[in-house]
Design a protein around this ligand. Structure first.
Ligand code: FAD
Length: 443
């Protein structure tokens, strides 16, 4: 298997794919536009920490790199909600023993690049890809270099150069959408080498149209992210002076503010970033294919961007092996099969923003959660909550989305009844009937 595989982008997805394909015996090289992150003092990149869960862990295990990464993970058992008075409420993510993991994006990327190099992959930094010739299967770089490959994989992120070139080809569909919210990161520093909040939770301050979240880091800091509209009141556009910021945080996030003495300076200093979703179809052209954010960038509210990109890698490698590495057949087949799941997680992620910022503190939402946990107690195998299907299983995202919609409809129907009148076997009967009956919304 001496096919030459060229990967564009040594981010999370590209580096993982390189390890797996190299171990399968291919001649693999990666071209990355940035400098080697292991040699630069300040890690470049977007959010500092990410939530890694089952769909991401499985491909890391497949590549044989999970053991190297595991020591850097901080388990988060659930959401710790902070209300405006600073009262805390815990909501577990799943069953006892289920958790997601906070991991430094920069650290994870470095470990994966290191693993790729150790496996024998050639990684070229400072190589920005500027052009692709899909007919000739060649890539051109900013420095003038041109190379030819048997397979080109674009893992060059949400603003992919490979995808941009596909946009000039016939019958290629592309759309992008910026949501009205942006985000800003803030940091809670440790005191006396200790975390200032409980570390094994994802802390969340839901406030209706906006929210603050905080994930723990191995250095005992918390990275807080404020998801906030660009326009309107309040919004990034209304927080202009030191006093504006001070009184806004006093009003909405007092307990978090008390842990950040330099909050206002951080607010001015740290950038405000936007959030984009992208869709495209097909993901391939001749011998080139897109994976990860390059194919499907989503908002971060389900913690699934990287996880879904890693899952792309696993499914792609499994399918390729099953199809005997026949790229001309694999590329259209993969693009076709995976697309509906990428669309589904895009929708789920957008919807989860509303749930996180708005519903988690809402009494109706909490009633539904209570009902759901009772159903689940009695039918643990048949009724799996949507969050668990997405986060702790390998079920295709499109199926999780479909079942989640059915569950919502069933719960809405039964929540009309008094709590002690609900007959759980009737709930399951209804759920199974809709599930098997080719359910469509509003049925
Ligand atoms: P990227 O990580 O963007 O990597 C692309 C690489 O390609 C980069 O190294 C880039 O330098 C390189 N590149 C770009 N253009 C070129 C070019 N022309 N030539 C050569 N190289 C190029 N996901 C989760 O699963 N869990 C989370 O909790 C989570 N939280 C998030 C929070 C925020 C605020 C954001 C913005 C995202 C979050 N994500 C999360 C999503 C996650 O960061 C992305 O899905 C993931 O980084 C995608 O990986 P990738 O390798 O496809 O792309």
């Amino acid at each position: 298997m001496k096919d030459k595989i060229t990967i564009v982008g040594a981010g999370l997805v590209g580096s993982l794919l390189a390890v797996i394909l190299k171990k399968k015996g291919f001649d693999v090289q990666i071209f990355e536009k940035r400098k080697d992150p292991r040699k630069s003092e300040i890690a470049e990149g977007r959010s500092i920490n990410l939530a890694l869960s089952h769909r991401g862990i499985r491909p890391l295990k497949m590549a044989g790199v999970f053991e190297t990464i595991e020591p850097y993970l901080i388990p988060m058992k659930g959401r710790m909600m902070h209300d405006q008075a600073g009262e805390l409420t815990f909501q577990p993510y799943g069953k006892e023993g289920q958790f997601i993991n906070s991991v430094s994006r920069a650290q994870l990327n470095e470990l994966l690049i290191e693993s790729a190099e150790q496996a024998g992959v050639d990684v070229y930094f400072d190589h920005k890809c500027t052009d692709v010739d899909f007919e000739a299967s060649t890539l051109t770089f900013e420095n003038g270099k041109t190379i030819q490959a048997d397979l080109i994989v674009g893992t060059d992120g949400a603003f992919s150069a490979i995808r941009k070139q596909m946009q000039f080809t016939d019958r290629f569909n592309f759309s992008q959408h910026y949501i009205e919210h942006g985000y800003k990161e803030l940091c809670i520093e440790p005191v006396d080498g200790k975390f200032l909040m409980e570390p094994n939770y994802l802390h969340i301050w839901p406030r209706g149209n906006f929210m603050l979240i905080a994930l723990p880091n191995a250095d005992k800091t918390f990275t807080c992210t404020l998801f906030f509209p660009f326009e309107g009141t309040p919004s990034f556009s209304t927080l202009k002076s030191r006093e504006d910021i001070d009184s806004f945080f006093d009003q909405y996030f007092k307990d978090a503010k008390d842990l950040m003495p330099d909050l206002v300076d951080q607010f001015f200093h740290n950038p405000t970033s936007s959030l984009v979703t992208t869709k495209c179809e097909p993901w391939h052209k001749n011998r080139s294919i897109l994976l990860g954010d390059a194919a499907h960038a989503i908002v971060p509210f389900y913690g699934q961007g990287m996880n879904s990109g890693f899952e792309d890698v696993r499914l792609f490698a499994e399918m390729a092996e099953a199809m005997n590495w026949d790229w001309d057949k694999i590329l259209p087949e993969f693009s076709n099969r995976r697309k509906k799941d990428a669309d589904a997680i895009l929708d789920l992620a957008l919807h989860n923003f509303i749930e996180m910022r708005d519903h988690v503190g809402d009494p109706n939402f909490l009633r539904r959660k209570k009902l759901e946990s009772k159903i689940q107690e009695q039918y643990p195998k048949e009724w799996i909550p949507l969050y668990s299907m997405v986060t702790f299983s390998d079920m295709p995202y499109s199926e999780a989305l479909r079942l989640g919609k059915i569950q919502k409809q069933v719960m809405d129907e039964f929540l009309q009844q008094e709590e002690d009148e609900i007959n759980f076997s009737k709930v399951m009967e209804r759920f199974n009937a809709l599930k098997q009956g080719g359910w469509k919304a509003g049925q």
